[in-house]
Design a protein around this ligand. Structure first.
Ligand code: NAP
Length: 268
C-alpha cells in the first residue's frame, strides 16, 4: 500500500503490530487495506521490540487502540493485560490486544484463522502432525482437539512438545518416529521456510504423499520449500495467507465492531 493513500488527520487511530523480528510481517499493509475498505480512520505501524512490557506501557499512554502480537510475545504479553478472553486463556496465548477505555483486553484470533484455513480439511479421527510447539502451536492444538483429530507434535526442543501434548492431549514424536507413521495432515508452525530460512523445510520430502494435506502457517514467502515439496508429491497444500487474512479481519471486528467478508482479496 502506498503511504499517499492514507489520509492521516487529528482523528486517526494508532494501531500497532509488535514482535521480534518483524521484517516478515504483512499486518500493516493488510490492516491498511481493511481499514480503507471499511472506512476506518486508522493506521497500523510496526513496533519492533524484544520488550513486550515496554510496548504495553506505550499502548496505555499513547494510546494504541489495537495491538497485534506476534512471536515471541504471545504468551509473555498475557501477564500485562487487564482481562483475557476465556478461550485465549485456555489456549494460553494472546495475539490481539484491544484497548477498551484504558483497559487492555487480550484475545486469540489465530483460532478464527486456523478454522478458516482448515475449513475444507477432514480432521475428525485423522492423524495430524504439528511441527513446532510455540505460540501458534497452542491454538492449533486447541482447534484440532475440538475437531476430534489425533495430535502428534514434533519440536526442536522435545520437552516443549511433551508439555504441549500433555496439556492438550496427543503424542510428542522424535524425527526417527516419522518413518512408517501414517500422517494425514502436516502443519508447519515453525519459522523454517520463512525468510531467511527459505531453503529449509521442517519435514523430509520423501515422507510426503498425495493423500496428505500440508498446511504451512508461513505467508512470506507464500510458497515455502515444504509446500513446493508437498505439491510435487501430489499433496493438497494450504499456505499461511488464508489464516493471516481471517485472523486480521477478526482483529478489526473485535476493535471496531465492523465486519468484512472473508472473500475480500487484499493486494499484497
Ligand atoms: P514461536 O512462539 O517463536 O515458536 C516457534 C517454534 O518454532 C518453536 O517451537 C521453536 O522451537 C521452533 N523453531 C524456531 N526456530 C527453529 C529452527 N531454526 N529449527 C527448528 N525449529 C525452530 O513462533 P509462533 O508464534 O508459534 O510462530 C510460528 C510460525 O507460524 C512463524 O513462522 C509465524 O510467522 C507463523 N504464524 C503465521 C500466522 C498466520 O496468520 N499465517 C499466525 C501465527 C504464526 P523451540 O521450542 O525449540 O524453540
Amino acid at each position: 500500500m502506498n503511504n499517499s493513500q492514507v489520509n492521516i488527520n487529528q482523528h486517526t487511530a494508532l494501531n500497532a503490530v509488535t514482535g521480534f523480528p518483524l521484517e516478515h510481517t504483512l499486518s500493516p499493509q493488510l490492516h491498511a487495506q481493511i481499514y480503507k475498505k471499511l472506512g476506518l480512520n486508522a493506521v497500523m505501524l510496526a513496533f519492533l521490540s524484544q520488550n513486550i512490557e515496554e510496548i504495553i506501557t506505550c499502548m496505555r499512554t499513547l494510546p494504541i487502540h489495537l495491538l497485534a502480537v506476534t512471536l515471541p510475545h504471545k504468551q509473555t504479553v498475557m501477564k500485562f493485560l487487564d482481562r483475557i478472553d476465556p478461550v485465549a486463556k485456555k489456549i494460553g496465548a494472546v495475539n490481539t490486544v484491544i484497548n477498551r477505555n484504558g483497559k487492555l483486553h487480550g484475545y486469540n484470533t489465530d483460532i478464527v484463522g486456523i478454522a478458516h484455513a482448515l475449513k475444507n480439511t477432514q480432521l475428525k479421527g485423522k492423524n495430524v502432525l504439528i511441527i513446532g510447539a510455540g505460540g501458534a502451536a497452542r491454538p492449533l492444538c486447541w482447534f484440532l482437539k475440538k475437531s476430534g483429530a489425533k495430535i502428534f507434535c514434533l519440536n526442536r526442543t522435545r520437552t516443549k512438545a511433551e508439555e504441549l501434548t500433555q496439556e492438550f492431549g496427543g503424542i510428542a514424536l522424535d524425527n526417527n518416529a516419522l518413518v512408517g507413521a501414517k500422517i494425514d495432515v502436516i502443519i508447519n508452525a515453525t519459522p523454517l521456510g520463512m525468510k531467511p530460512h527459505i531453503d529449509e523445510s521442517p519435514f523430509p520430502k520423501n515422507l510426503l504423499n498425495k493423500n496428505q494435506t500440508v498446511f504451512d502457517l508461513i505467508y512470506n514467502p507464500i510458497e515455502t520449500k515444504l509446500l513446493k515439496d508437498a505439491k510435487k508429491a501430489g499433496a493438497k497444500t494450504i499456505n499461511g495467507m488464508p489464516m493471516l487474512l481471517a485472523q486480521a479481519l477478526e482483529q478489526v471486528r473485535l476493535w471496531s465492531g465492523k465486519k468484512l467478508s472473508i472473500n475480500f482479496l487484499p493486494k499484497i
